[in-house]
Write a new protein. Sequence first.
Length: 502
Amino acid sequence: MNLLADQHLNEPLLDHREGQLFLTEAFKVILEEVLCKGTDVNEKVCEWREPEELATLLDLELREYGEQQHQLLQRVRDVAKYSVKTNHPRFFNQLFAGVDYHALTGRFLTEALNTSQYTYEVAPVFVLMEDEVLSKLRSLVGWAQGDGIFCPGGTMSNMYAMNLARYRAFPEVKLKGQWALPRLAVFTSQESHYSVMKAAAFQGIGTENVFKVNVDDRGCMITDDLSEKIELAKSQGAVPFLVHATSGTTVQGAFDPLEPIADICDRQGLWMHVDAAWGGSVLFSKEHRHLMRGVERWESGACSGIQLLECNFDLLKRCHSADATYLFQQDKFYDMSLDTGDKSIQCGRKVDCLKLWLMWKAVGSQGLEERVDRAFAHTRYLVEKMMKREGFQLIGKVSHCFIKCILTYSSLIFISPFVNVCFWFIPPSLRGKENSPDYQDRLSKVAPVIKERMIKQGTMMVGYQPLGGRVNFFRMIVISPQLSYQDMTFFLDEIERLGNNL
Ligand SMILES: Cc1ncc(COP(=O)(O)O)c(C=O)c1O
């Protein structure tokens, strides 16, 4: 018998004291580098390095033997240094930005507890908490009851909706698969998120069976065209089953008209899903929730990474359950309906409710409403300033309509329904040249060059894209609770500084 080996196996492999010391030091780095410097306007948003240089700097290779604590702390510092600071006030690149300290605490706590959401026995707190958050969100939608689940993102929520809609129409699909089904048809706007196409491909429906409905100038679904596309699909022998509407499209921030879409779905017996992954926050605001008028008529909705369902017929469970006996034993000593894991398509499911719950507890519904209203107010300010500067050309409907306006300017009204501000920057060399044959081509090259310059200098980050027939334009997202008027002014000045000589 090897006594030494036995003794070794009798000791814990981890040194908790040393581990906790490391964590304490790492937390200091996180606080200093990510949260203090990362949110400081005088610091860079990003430290651009070419990939080869970055790989060398990070010394990525994994070796046979472990490193010393001081070396590992340097690793932590490097990761913080070379990562993009998405909580920097000048990060406008994505549909997320900023930091909320309570939500962050929730995320740290979730990671520290390292459990899975599937059963009450391993996640008693989070099973009850998820239920509370879902029920509060449902009440915002206007439902007294229903079902729901936290999903890992908007794409997954949309995939869930498609699967549920198909299951409701053809419950036999779960057993028999595609063999039992006719050709199915999904309807969504031209500007909906690409996850609809992924879902159709993933679920065997086929991307050719996603009928793209035309949109108006603002990117909202044209319901007459929806009716026509439904008839078109039927004339081709397909069976319509799902209309995928959007509240807050990814690029333009458009809200599809839910009431008329719901009328069509009622008449045709179709499932109405609303992808509110981006725009769902307006439900918190008394002033802006009208953008989702008719929301209570949806069958399902994606609010960020949360799938909400109107029906309370256990559809999620029936559609997805696999009744694993090692997890969902039927002879448990507590109420087994608390083992919600079989509603999910995953087995282990990360706890996502705590960050939202803790933030909601901290600021209340009133605080969340204030954040939404503030983002709209900042957007209004930005648009106002932009319209006064020569080189900025907004994308969106400019009209004389007085129904919902952001800004009245020179008798024109610019309608920006949400916090996406889409615009071209026209450098001095292109101004007044709209009719020249190479104008669009030259304009399309402006945003990529400005973007390269801002990233290499680390001053800010904002996204650009072409859309439909429009060449590359910027999409500025005004969402972070940290934003100030100064950041808006900086943004405009910086675009001019980076692009004036193009
Ligand atoms: C409208 C909309 N739906 C769905 C998604 C996908 O969300 P996720 O990235 O969380 O999968 C996005 C992402 O931008 C979106 O804008």
